[in-house]
Structures are given as structure tokens and as C-alpha cells.
Write a protein that binds this ligand. Sequence first.
Ligand code: UFG
Length: 324
Amino acid sequence: MILVTGGAGYIGSHCVLALQEAGYEVVVFDNLSSGHSEVIGCTELFQGDLTNLPDIMAVFEGRKIDAVMHFAAKIEVGESVIAPQKYYYNNVYGTLNLLNAMKEFNVSKIVFSSTAAVYGEPEYTPINENHPKNPINPYGRTKLMIENILDDYDKAYGLRSVCFRYFNVAGADTQGRTGEWHEPETHLIPNILKAGSGKIFEIYGADYDTKDGTCIRDYINVENLAQAHLLGLEYLLNGGATDCFNLGTNEGSSVKEVFAACEKITKSEIPVKIHPRRAGDAAVLVADNSKVKSVLGWSPKKTLEDSIASAYQWEKSLQGVLIA
Ligand code: UFG
């Protein structure tokens, strides 16, 4: 059985579905602070909080957990700057409790949801895994701290881990079972798709040193990302050593390009205006994904257009839920 912390969240829920489709039994642990139980159907859900050690101990009690996928975390860069305590407490302390429980119950494999934010301001692009790690906000620092803790736990206790450093995750389940559902929403594609009926999409800065002046990001499809997690899990189950991998496509798209693709796919004119830059945004963030390709045999299959199309379907059903 695989324990998925944060399994009711955006990325976690896609991984829950992928695990089940691959034949794994899954138990989800989530405090539902930002996750939604609706997106995991009838998967077993244990509602608890990682910062409360007895909660997570109770999940391991009486269950044979073979490995853990760990997504539960606070994830907003901006919020992490104004409320760092929340981030260190939930992300770092919460993970320490999870690792305690794993150690106590002899569970020695974990797939960890990390981020490109561990690299900080890019010194070169595309970014490979050896790029210096100088996160520029508390969110990125918590993720890097956890990566370091995992390394130390491997050396001392034999806990093996795969850390995936995500670039910009996009899209939704093509069967419409789950998708991006953040409140408030800060991410680019859902924000573009939510514009209209009086709401104007804002481009955060059009004066960057890029081809069209807007920021360039590497958008990776969430279903493809979930497949990488399955490969990471199988790698650990087959005895693979602790390692970190970028998850991205090697290709960058500008905000204006993403916006144009959204207008094309939705066949609508989306209201837009240029806004000043958002603090902390790097001009270009693109992954070098050669390591995950060669070690895990993963490669991105879906295009940015595929991601936007599935995100659009999801957004329409979400608006139906919210209105209903
Ligand atoms: N953007 C806009 N308008 C919006 C929202 C975003 O112009 O309404 C722009 C941003 O300025 C940025 C790009 O779209 O240039 C992508 O922004 P997102 O907020 O969608 O994603 P980020 O690149 O800021 O963040 C993502 C993850 C973080 C992670 C980071 C790693 O969401 O969790 O990548 O660098 F930390």
C-alpha cells in the first residue's frame, strides 16, 4: 500500500489516480486545508495533520505501507515571505514527523515533491540538477531543507528517496476527475481561464529581457508528471539509490504565448492588461530534463496546448460546482 500525503491536492490527486490505475492500493493523508476530498473519489482518506505526530502515526498503525509519496505542504511563494513560520512549521516540522513515523514503522522509501524554487535566481538555463541551490524565498528554502534532511536520513537510517523538482505544472485529468483548485488562485493558466465577466487577466511585467518582454516558464503536464512519480516509485521499489530529478520539458513559453494559446483553445477574446512585475519572478526558468530521461526513462508526452485544453475543461466543471 502507498501512503500519499497531500493526496487531495492538485498534484497529489493526479498521482493517486495514476497509482490506482497502475494497480496500487492507496491511502491518502490530508488535512483538507487546501485539498478537496471530492477529487479522490472513494479512495481511503485519513484526515489529519502532519504537525500532529499522533495523527500520522495512526495511519501507519495497522497498515502495511510499502512507500510514501509526500505532497502535503504549504506552496505559495508570496505567502511564505510574509508568514515564514507557517512554512517552516508545516513543511519542515511536518515532514520530520512523517519521517519519524516512517522510521518507527520501518518504511524506507519516499518520493518527495520538491520544486525548481530550490535553485533560486538562475545562473544559466536550461537548469540542470547541479545548478547552485540558493532559494530566494522561505518556500524554496523549506523544500531544500527537506531535500537535505532526506539525504542525511539516507546516510544514517537507510531511508531512500526520490526528489522531483517541478517546474510549472499545468493541466488537469483528461477524464475530468481532478484539476487545479486553489483558493485563491495565483497560477498563470487558471488565472487566464478565469478571466472574463468583468475580470481582467493581468500580465505581471512585459519589460523582461526576453523575446516578447514577458517571463518564460517550462510548463509540464500534470498527468505526465504523475507518470514520472510512478517511475520514481518503481525505481525505489527496485532498489534505486536516493536521487533528485528535474521535471520539466526543456522548452520555455512566454506569458504572452500561453495567453495566445488560451485564447485559441477557448475560442474567445480574453480581457488582458499589463501590470507591473510581481516581486521575486525570474525572467526565464526552463528545466534541463536529460537526467530524468536517462535514469528513469521518462519523457514528456503532452504539449502545452494539451494542458490548456484539459485545464479549460476542468475550469468549466469547477465553475459548475461553484455555481451549483
Ligand atoms: N503570471 C502572470 N499573471 C498571473 C499569474 C502569473 O503574468 O495572474 C506570470 C508570472 O509572473 C510568471 C508566470 O506567469 O511569470 C508563471 O507564474 P505562476 O504563478 O503560474 O508560477 P511560478 O513560475 O511563479 O511558480 C511555479 C510554482 C511554484 C514554484 C515555482 C518554481 O507554482 O510553486 O514555479 O520556480 F515555486
